[in-house]
Ligand binder design. Structure first.
Ligand SMILES: Nc1ncnc2c1ncn2[C@@H]1O[C@H](COP(=O)(O)OP(=O)(O)OP(=O)(O)O)[C@@H](O)[C@H]1O
Ligand code: SF4
Ligand SMILES: [Mg+2]
Length: 319
């Protein structure tokens, strides 16, 4: 196969007649790792939903753009087509995953049921133990007998990752998997995802608010603003030499990436998804905005190898 494993281009999504994504492009290579960042409401989870065929459940649909997985167009897939991809080719740990475990069912049974659906040829019990060991939960034979409330938050998140691996996916999408956890547990979960990616030769899409996490865990990064990709490229480049004024503002607001310097905040708030805008959606918050930024629609343009930015004044900004 040539080209990225997952390749989303100019994706637009509507939910109940409201445009929530209007131009998202992301890509992740076979075995690669992509971090998706952006403020709340920027479209990170909606992009994951689109890549997993989960828009129908919330009354949403792709209205423009393309998304391919291993060269196969996803936006035209039937229900059966999605069944072959979701869970089996693309594993998913959703944003509110820890609360989606069944509180009255033992962990072992929950994993076995998923294994029976996604990997019917496997011995469900043996595979459940193997999956719990893969997510580095000690004494898997004991964990299988426990109920979710008997596990810590970090252990429940590991169980959710085990469930997402049950179908032996080639790509794992993890949406804010560390948000509800304390800092040390967050680190161990991220290390686990990195280890799994290498051991299982699996690609990883990590959705997070935390740029330091992306810089340390991901090869590439995409920045979303108001339902569109505004910058994408190597994570190291975007974190150390960002080009888009929004990425620059996000990085200035992250103390770990600015050597403990003062924490800046981005003035103003992003527009409501679906609000029509004239030219650049970031213009009302951008200190570089001028008349050139108004009118028409912005496109991602290359600034260096593998690095694209949607800003009409990028040369002046980075000067
Ligand atoms: N279930 C839903 N039905 C309708 N609109 C939704 C739904 N979920 C999200 N949206 C809208 O879609 C847009 C993108 O939301 P999304 O959940 O993708 O943001 P996000 O970047 O994941 O934010 P967060 O960091 O808070 O998780 C927002 O305007 C949001 O209001
Ligand atoms: S196009 Fe203009 S308003 Fe938008 S980010 Fe670039 S400089 Fe700022
Ligand atoms: Mg989200």
């Amino acid at each position: 196969m040539t080209g990225p494993l997952l390749d989303v281009r100019h994706l637009s999504v509507e939910v109940a007649g409201r445009r929530v994504l209007h131009d998202v492009s992301i890509a992740v290579d076979v075995g690669g790792s992509l971090g998706i960042v952006g403020e709340t409401g920027s479209g990170k989870s909606m992009t994951c939903r689109a890549a997993l065929g989960l828009l129908g459940r919330i009354g949403g649909a792709v209205v423009a753009g393309t998304a391919t997985f291993a060269g196969r167009e996803l936006t035209a897939l039937s229900r059966d087509g999605w069944r072959a991809i979701r869970g089996r080719q693309i594993g998913f740990v959703p944003q509110t995953s820890m609360s989606s475990l069944d509180p009255v069912m033992r962990i072992g049974r929950q994993i076995e049921e998923t294994v029976r659906v996604l990997d019917p040829g496997a011995d469900a019990r043996a595979r459940s133990l193997e999956l719990l060991e893969a997510v580095e939960l000690p004494r898997a034979d004991r964990i299988v007998r426990r109920h979710p409330h008997e596990l810590s938050g970090g252990m429940r998140q590991r169980v959710m990752i085990a469930l997402a691996l049950a179908g032996r996916p080639r790509l794992l999408i993890a949406d804010e998997v560390t948000t509800a956890l304390d800092v040390t547990v967050q680190r161990t979960i991220l290390e686990l995802l990195g280890n799994l990616r290498r051991q299982l030769d699996m690609a990883l899409v990590l959705v997070t608010h935390d740029l330091a996490v992306v810089e340390s865990s991901c090869e590439t990064m995409a920045v979303l603003y108001a339902g569109a990709t505004v910058e994408a490229g190597p994570a190291g480049t975007l974190c150390t030499a960002p080009s888009h004024p929004y990425t620059r503002a996000l990085i200035a607001a992250q103390p770990l990436l600015t050597d403990g310097g003062p924490l800046a905040s981005i003035p103003g708030a992003p527009p409501e998804a679906g609000t029509p805008h004239d030219g650049c959606a970031f213009a009302p918050r951008c200190s570089h905005a001028d008349g050139l930024c108004l009118g028409g629609t912005l496109a991602l343009e290359p600034v260096s190898a593998g690095h694209v930015v949607a800003c009409r004044r990028v040369r002046e900004v980075v000067r």
